[in-house]
Structures are given as C-alpha cells and as structure tokens.
Design a protein around this ligand. Structure first.
Ligand SMILES: Cc1cc2nc3c(=O)[nH]c(=O)nc-3n(C[C@H](O)[C@H](O)[C@H](O)COP(=O)(O)OP(=O)(O)OC[C@H]3O[C@@H](n4cnc5c(N)ncnc54)[C@H](O)[C@@H]3O)c2cc1C
Length: 288
C-alpha cells in the first residue's frame, strides 16, 4: 500500500506558520524513517507534509552540548563532542536500527515520535536533557523527564517544532551503562536500560536508571535512590530489585509478557550496578 495523496513543502522560517494554519492536518518530516512507513500503512493520512531543511549539527555552548533536531543518528555516532561529553548517547546510537536508517533518521524525529521502545528518549532522561520547542509564540524549554507523556505522545503541540536538544557535559567521576535485549541487533528492544551515574569511590553519589520498552514512556527508576550514598551489598541490591519490580507496570505485546519484561529489567539492573561499580559479585542473584 502507498500513502494517500498529500501536499508537500520544504520549509524553514515559514514552517511554523504552515503548522499553525493546518493544525493536526499537517505533519513535520525529518528523516521519514517512522513517518513514511506509518503513512504507507495509512495509520496516519496528513494533508500536508512540511519537510524541515535546517537545524542540523552538534555545537558546544560552555558546558552544554546543543544538538539540532535534524542531526542524523549517524552524525551523533561520529561526533567527537558526543563521544567526549555524552558517551552514553554514543553507545546507545549503535543499537538504533541499521546503518540505512541511521543515515536518514534524526534525533528530533526520534524524540518527537516517542516510541516507547526507542533508545534515545531514555538516554535523554538519563542525561537530564532539555528539549527546546519553537512555536509561533516563541521558544520553550522542557526537561526530558516531562517531555514524554505516553505511547507516541509528547508535550509538543501540533503547532510546535522540536528544534534542539541540550545536554549537560558528563561530570567528573561520572560513568554510564547502556544495554538492551532485542531479538536481533538493530531490532526495537524488548527491554533496555540507559544509566548515568556519579561515583564517589565505591559508592554512587548519583544514579539515574532509565528503563525503556517496559512502559508507555521512559521510566526514571525511583528504586535507584536506595543505592545512592550507601555501600551496595547483594542484600541491598535485592531490595532495590524488588522495589523496581513493584514500580514497573510493563505492557504486553507479541515480543514479551509483562512478567518477562519485569524479569529482564531486574537482570539489567543487576548487570548495570555490577558494571558501574566494577563488582562482578553483584551481576547475578538480585533478580527475584
Ligand atoms: C526498520 C526500522 C527499524 C527501526 N528501529 C529502530 C530502533 O531500533 N530504535 C529506534 O529508536 N528507532 C528505530 N527506528 C526509527 C528510526 O530511528 C527513526 O529515525 C526515528 O524514529 C524517527 O526519526 P525520523 O527523523 O526518521 O523522523 P520522521 O519519520 O520524519 O518523523 C517521525 C515523527 O516525528 C514528527 N517529527 C519529526 N521531526 C519533528 C520535529 N523536529 N518537531 C516536531 N515533530 C517532528 C513527524 O511529524 C512524525 O510524526 C526504526 C525504523 C525502521 C524503519
């Protein structure tokens, strides 16, 4: 099947006027790697496609990385600034689909699409990113934690563009972890975890654990607080694991049951804490 008929325009400065005039009958096009398949399946039938043509690149402003919405996944993967200051993002990008899709797909498109199984939304929450949106009334900034509101839902209005993402530089003594379970490398995850930590010798001074593909949106786990500023023993990790299990409310699909997703999240928690603290003894046994 092919998409239904639509009007098409390439736009920069007039994009906002077009979106304001057409409301939810218009759709923004970035890399097209999610939008075009959805149109071809006629899951959505926009009357107007507004193809964005600028907003690309990674810049540094003080100790903030500013990433234009049209920056492609492959650009993030190759960026020395991302590797130096947001290595969690660099590690995650390698799990997003395949090279052909990473050559077209963009960070703005991925975040605006808000697929619950996507890697990048979880990384944005773990890294404490700020999402920059622009509408006819001007710009507004939102913490990534508040941006993702549900399955394919964000805090953007149909008249707004996501124009950039701002990431604070990784701090001194920080460490990160990224892992996902998928049927094949490059498939959407069945369960995944992006984590950013600050270490104080053999303890966590801060720990942001963000699980994806287990809920309608990225989950910043409250259970992580139990592991901060405390010696992490197997007993404490088991307690945090149980708290995580109670906190998550996983969905069911063709790939996994809620019980399987909950179990995989606990396995990820144990592997993450073990890796970040370089404690192989913690890698197993905390999944009950
Ligand atoms: C076979 C396949 C496998 C994939 N596997 C994965 C995977 O494992 N992990 C993963 O994360 N993704 C995966 N993807 C999706 C891919 O990463 C897309 O690149 C991404 O989801 C959308 O980015 P895009 O730039 O192509 O956006 P588009 O498809 O152009 O747009 C997606 C949606 O966001 C809106 N939008 C786009 N840009 C903006 C903006 N700046 N402001 C406001 N709204 C905007 C569009 O209107 C549309 O609704 C896969 C895609 C395919 C086809």
């Amino acid at each position: 099947m092919k998409a239904s008929a639509f009007a098409y325009t390439r736009a920069t400065s007039v994009a906002l006027e077009l979106l304001a005039a057409h409301g939810d009958r218009a759709k923004v096009l970035s890399g097209g790697q999610s939008l075009i398949p959805a149109m071809n399946l006629r899951l959505i039938c926009p009357e107007l496609i507004v193809d964005l043509v600028d907003l690309r690149g990674v810049g540094v402003k003080g100790d903030i990385l500013s990433i234009g919405a049209l920056t492609r996944h492959v650009d993030l993967q190759r960026s020395p600034e991302i590797a130096a200051h947001a290595p969690l993002l660099r590690d995650a990008i390698g799990h997003v689909a395949h090279p052909a899709i990473r050559n077209r797909g963009t960070i703005g498109g991925s975040l605006a699409n808000a697929d619950p199984a996507s890697e990048l939304p979880a990384c944005m929450v773990a890294l404490g990113a700020t999402i920059v949106a622009r509408g006819c009334g001007g710009e507004r900034r939102m913490a990534a934690e508040r941006f993702f509101t549900g399955i394919y839902e964000t805090a953007l209005s149909p008249q707004e563009l996501l124009v950039a993402v701002e990431l604070p530089f990784a701090q001194k003594h920080s460490a990160h972890f990224f892992k996902e379970f998928a049927r094949r490398h490059g498939d959407y995850a069945i369960a995944g975890l992006g984590a950013q930590a600050i270490l104080n010798h053999d303890q966590f001074a801060d720990l942001r654990l963000v699980f994806f593909a287990v809920s309608e949106r990225p989950v910043l786990a409250g259970a992580a607080r139990m592991l901060v500023n405390a010696p992490v023993t197997p007993a404490l990790l088991s307690k945090a694991s149980r708290a995580l299990g109670e906190e998550l409310d996983p969905y069911e699909d063709q790939q996994a049951s809620p019980a399987m997703r909950r179990h995989l999240a606990k396995v990820l928690l144990a592997r993450c804490v073990s890796a970040l603290l370089s404690r192989p003894d913690l890698a197993v046994g905390a999944t009950n």
